[in-house]
Design a binder for this molecule. Sequence first.
Ligand code: MTE
Ligand code: HPA
Ligand code: MOS
Length: 762
Amino acid sequence: MKKSNHDSAHKHVTGEAIYIDDMVEPTGLVHAYLGLSEIAHGKIIEMDLSAVESATGVIGVLTKDSVPGSNDISPTGKNDDPIFAQDINFYGQPIFAVVAKTRAQARYAATLAKIEYEQLPHLTDVLEARKQSYPHVTEPLTLKRGDAPTTLEQAPKRIQGSMRIGGQDHFYLESHIAMAIPGEDDDVLVYSSTQHPSEVQHMVSHALNVPSNAVNVKIRRMGGGFGGKETQSNLFAAVAAIAAKKFNKAVKIRPDRDDDMVATGKRHDFVIDYDVGFDEDGKIEAVHANYAARCGNSADLSGPVTDRALFHADNCYYFPNVLLQSEPLKTNTVSNTAFRGFGGPQGMVGGERIIEEIAYALGRDPLEIRKANFYGTIDRNITPYHQTVDDNIIAKLVDQLEQSSNYQNRRDAVLEFNNKKGIIRKGIALTPVKFGISFTATWYNQAGALVHIYTDGSIHLNHGGTEMGQGLNTKVAQVLADEFQVDLDQIKITATDTEKVPNTSATAASSGSDLNGMAAANAAEQIKERLVTFACKEHKVEKDDVSFALNTVNIGDKSFTFKEFIHQAYMARVQLSAAGFYKTPDIHWDRASGKGRPFYYYAYGASVSEVSIDTLTGEYQVDRTDILHDVGNSLNSEIDKGQIEGGFVQGQGWLTTEELWWDKEGRLRTHAPSTYKIPLASDRPRIFNVELADWSENREMTIKKSKAVGEPPFMLAISVLEALSLAIASENDYKNCPRLDAPATPERVLMTLERLRGERNA
Ligand code: MTE
Ligand code: HPA
Ligand code: MOS
């Protein structure tokens, strides 16, 4: 397990790291700002932009008629995501952009538009959408094994229920931004804060009606993406590029935080209806569940997101008979998109609610119900999508955490504390995670890298992945340092660039280091092979006599510094540059039949959280969290721990304080930190113990046998929700499952307590 700092850690803290808005601005740079709709559904009858155009500093405006190519940036090719809308489908939809000398001038001018609309009825809620037969934004998915309906009829016990799970704003520290610089002919260079430079390249090329080879997209780093910059960057890049070509000036666009929150997509909220059959011991016999998602006004990534909700509905549990259906509903809200876990967290929360229901019905500790239903290792190991779980370590992981966190004694203490019937109540829960690694769109699982060694022995590293804070570049640089046995500072990490590595996938699905690490290793191997062949010939030795030690190359009984050796190779005309490639083996997925092996492997984890709630106000705090997480053979234990801590706290925010709220007009009213509460440093667990399962190693041939870490820890926060639920349940002596929905804001905790008080007195 290596420990190296994130390559930019120091620069992040001192403010020296250069984000797009920090770059030295090109001469004559101008600024664009978006004009947003002020209705949720309707048509534009008349648009008068004369006041906008004549405002101080304004250079010009862009509308749908200014788009030289296709006015669409839909990632799925569904043609349902206009750059500039004519038909309005949500409040805050971009209609036009204004370009001015300063950002303040553009921002002000954007408020001067006079737009006349014909309003149509709108709706923002999933249940309302279902009632009014609003369309699906994409084909629903069904996963099926065995006969769930019949088994449910015959099961010894059966519970039906429903759960609401809220969405989430990404709240990356750096909001969306793009800067475009026009070149000669059709050329344009776009700096875009994006997780998916290749897609930005394609979208800009379609919008400008030029081939992809005219568009170059670059990104050194994002100030956070979290899935929010997988597709949502397309809009800003397209607007900047169109304006740059139209006015032949460098153009930057950076929305205010409020506009970023209103006009770009978020995590999908879900309504999950479940029906579970089980026996007296709490063993599940059948699950039938429906997953309705608020997709917003277009498809975007809602297809794969709602698919992934179904893929994780089982979490760590074997469902002998199962029928799961997704319901990706259209609503008149901003189109929801990728967010850490990509639908998986919502599906998993539903699965854990089912466990809770069984536990309360039988009067047992939910942990016992979990253990009774864990996937087996020899049998009981087929998922609802017919993939065999063949790397299952959840039982061992949970046992270890149960011991190390002293779970049993602490649970006893919590129950005893609550028996005193004080105003403060406590709760504790241990919840597991199993998360599937790979893009379910199989072709996405490929990556490229470009490695040069210069004659002074310094190394230039480029790959298709993007850095958003997760430490990908450090990990990939470590892989190269290891291959060539040189110090990490010999390797120059460079901006992701569509001219260096083409046709890349989004850095997403937690697969950045799996894919790009392997591609970089492949490039290094090619160069090393040439170097070894050269050494053998030059020094008349066998392959086995050549070895790379730290900054040194040993050839027979001679020894050279890496730098000396590289210079020799250059003089002998050895090619010191290579393009690497990797594709994930052994995965396949047939959506129509709902069968396949969509995931290369699973990452596991578990957490125990203990909370205290104030039963008079609903306020609470997380007293302690213990985490044991599986990253296989860690590439970098410090970075991995950072991902686990950050993922957990982000998950905690999602399930507790972060609440999105739309008013009757369809306006998002929680569009700033004043109304949307992300966790503060003071909200983190008071005691926070994070350990890696250091005995775990990936069974598959991933880079150094590591496992992906980006998303899985997010779902460890489910223990906080369930611990809150236990504290609430004490109000009625644990007789009813509190059916606590998410987010469990203090308000919702209080309302749930009130409901239980009502049930107690009934
Ligand atoms: N960590 C930081 N600091 N910032 C981010 O934006 N995004 C998360 C996760 N961790 C994110 C992060 C998401 S949604 C994903 S998919 C992975 O990082 C992507 O990076 P990886 O594949 O290199 O792990
Ligand atoms: N995860 C994240 N992003 C994606 C995926 C996925 O499975 N598929 C397409 N984009
Ligand atoms: Mo992460 S939601 O796959 O960008």
